[in-house]
Design a protein around this ligand. Structure first.
Ligand SMILES: [Zn+2]
Length: 318
């Protein structure tokens, strides 16, 4: 069964992107005159280098993918104390990786690719701007048929949706200082990866917000686990999202869990990694039981896969 969902809280449609294919790539041109043995040896060396790069870090930063819906990791240099940084008016996460400070920036799906400006406030001295570049990314289209009320809600439903939007906006704009941030998540549900992040969706032929998280299909009642430690900052029964929980992990990293059958936590509660938040259900705008899971950085919804270990992604997408 296909299952899907959607949230008006998560806005932003990237219309100005171009497809970047592999045909005629520099990699193909570089290897086409090599023997098989040479290709194998060079691949082995490349993998060894990648392994050294991945394990050389003091901790696991999220995957650097400077595209709409991705994450840019920008070095802010060395220093005793952490600088502060802002992108599009929102404070961004700053972590120390070995001796260097790194800004971990969520990039909204609505961003036009190209040069971006990060405002940096050092511990001492004047503010400065750091430029980074966002590349284009083309997400797939998805066409779905749903009851008309779920595409064009009544005036009463619109009032409820407006309250839901305020709840979500307040949760996503949270920025709580925290020295220790979990930048590597466990999967919140053992389920089937039924819908990826970023799909450009059309409901009954009408364009709507892109898919702002991933869907994990599982039977109703399957436990949902916290992918990292945090604090519950909001819960509610939302029009599109059904029973919903927001977790604040600190420094603008907020996660959302939707369509739950039951909620097992309360606002203000501290949560440990792996703790049960509730169970999978089919509440809100859905066609079957699943968890919709969104991850937000500096109020930008990003692909949750960027926070998962490579072996977890491989297991999910096999
Ligand atoms: Zn979803």
């Amino acid at each position: 069964m296909n299952v899907y969902c959607g949230s008006p809280i998560d806005r932003g449609l990237n219309r100005s992107t171009t497809y970047r294919g592999l045909c005629g790539s520099p990699i193909y041109r570089a290897i086409r005159h090599l023997t098989l043995a040479q290709i194998v040896e060079r691949t082995r060396l490349l993998l060894l280098c990648l392994l050294l790069i991945c394990t050389g870090s003091a901790f696991a930063l999220p995957q650097d993918a400077a595209v709409p819906g991705g994450i840019a990791i920008v070095s802010l240099g060395e220093g005793k104390n952490a600088p502060k940084a802002w992108y599009q008016g929102r404070q961004v996460m700053v972590l120390q990786d070995a001796s260097r400070w790194q800004a971990v920036i969520g990039i909204p799906l609505s961003v036009t690719p190209g040069r971006q400006t990060l405002r940096v406030q050092p511990q001492a001295g004047a503010d400065r701007n750091v430029i980074f570049t966002v590349q284009a990314k083309q997400y797939e289209e998805q066409h779905l048929s749903v009851p008309p009320r779920m595409v064009n809600p009544s005036p009463e439903d619109q009032q409820r949706i407006a309250r839901d939007l305020k709840l979500g906006a307040d949760a996503y704009r949270s920025f709580k200082p925290a020295d220790t941030i979990a930048t590597r998540f466990i999967l919140p549900v053992e389920g089937r990866y039924s819908s990826p992040f970023g799909l450009r969706r059309f409901f009954n032929g009408e364009p709507r917000n892109p898919h702002s998280g991933i869907d994990l299909a599982a039977p109703t009642g399957t436990p949902i686990r916290a992918p990292a430690a945090g604090r519950v900052i909001a819960t509610g029964d939302l029009y599109y999202n059904g029973n919903t929980v927001f977790l604040d992990h600190g420094q603008g990293l907020v996660t959302m869990y939707c369509h739950m059958d039951s909620i097992a936590v309360k606002t203000g509660q501290l949560i440990e990694t792996g703790q049960t938040l509730g169970t999978v259900g089919a509440t809100g705008r859905v066609t079957g039981p699943h968890l919709h899971w969104s991850v937000s950085l500096n109020d930008a919804r990003v692909d949750p896969l960027l926070f998962l270990a490579p072996e977890t992604i491989a297991q999910l997408t096999q």
